[in-house]
Design a protein around this ligand. Sequence first.
Ligand SMILES: [Zn+2]
Length: 143
Amino acid sequence: MHCAEAGKALIKFNHCEKYIYSFSVPQCCPLCQQDLGSRKLEDAPVSIANPFTNGHQEKCSFLLRPTQGTFLREYDGRSDLHVGITNTNGVVYNYSAHGVQRDREGWEESISIPLLQPNMYGIMEQWDKYLEDFSTSGAWLPH
Ligand SMILES: [Zn+2]
């Protein structure tokens, strides 16, 4: 897991009629190996905000990540995705073939969607209890 990459800005550039994303501007195109030195202005690399967040730092959120690997390194756009819900301490509750899992790592590069509206923060005090109670219900036992 490349934890240092979470939240780091991405570089986007266009070559070989594809958009290519990286963390720095390479000397040559990774696809055709052609020198990237001189280009038209419209092909210049641009910095974009990294859309992924460290799910273990998110409270009461819905998380999405690839089942295998990470979005930036391994995801091919078609592989299975995995979802989880965080408690108030960054523990990610998720369901696998082994039943409910409580992960303290592995969700460092996730898409995060907050589940609580600002006027619902009262629920946060009960959130961990609700999540734990719900997770221990028999419906989540592995089959
Ligand atoms: Zn190229």
